[in-house]
Write a protein that binds this ligand. Structure first.
Ligand code: AMP
Length: 119
């Protein structure tokens, strides 16, 4: 599996640093964001390292679809909250768009009626 030695999310995949993992699939995992911006705020990431969502889409669209499926599953865990089954899935793509960790991740926000609340 391709990893990047100093990538914090690769270290989470490898179990080298802790994370609150809430769901897994063949090529992806979901875990809680350490700085949540909504009652449910998880990150969905591929287990292999791709820098951003455009790179992932070009290289492995099936895994990108897995991320969307995991995001829906995470949101369903909050289906009995005021947010119902609604969720927002955000990919910050590039530093000027707010991307700080360069292992592609989707922010899953749910659990309340969402206003404009960029991740
Ligand atoms: P972005 O700005 O889109 O790159 O988002 C990076 C996200 O990763 C932020 O929301 C951080 O709170 C989150 N984050 C950084 N380190 C960790 C970690 N060790 N465990 C969980 N979430 C993290």
């Amino acid at each position: 599996m391709e990893t990047v030695a100093d990538c914090i999310f690769c270290k989470i995949v490898a179990g080298e640093i802790p994370a609150d993992i809430v769901a897994t699939s063949t090529g992806a995992i979901a875990f809680r964001d350490i700085n949540p911006k909504a009652p449910v705020h998880c990150l969905v990431i591929p287990t292999e390292h791709y820098e951003n969502v455009a790179e992932l889409a070009a290289a492995d669209p099936e895994v990108l679809a897995e991320l969307v499926g995991l995001a829906e599953g995470v949101a369903m865990m909050a289906a009995d909250t005021p947010g119902g089954e609604s969720f927002r899935l955000i990919f910050n793509n590039g530093a000027e768009a707010g991307q700080a960790v360069f292992h592609v991740h989707g922010h899953v926000l749910a659990g309340e009626k969402l206003g404009w609340n960029p991740a």
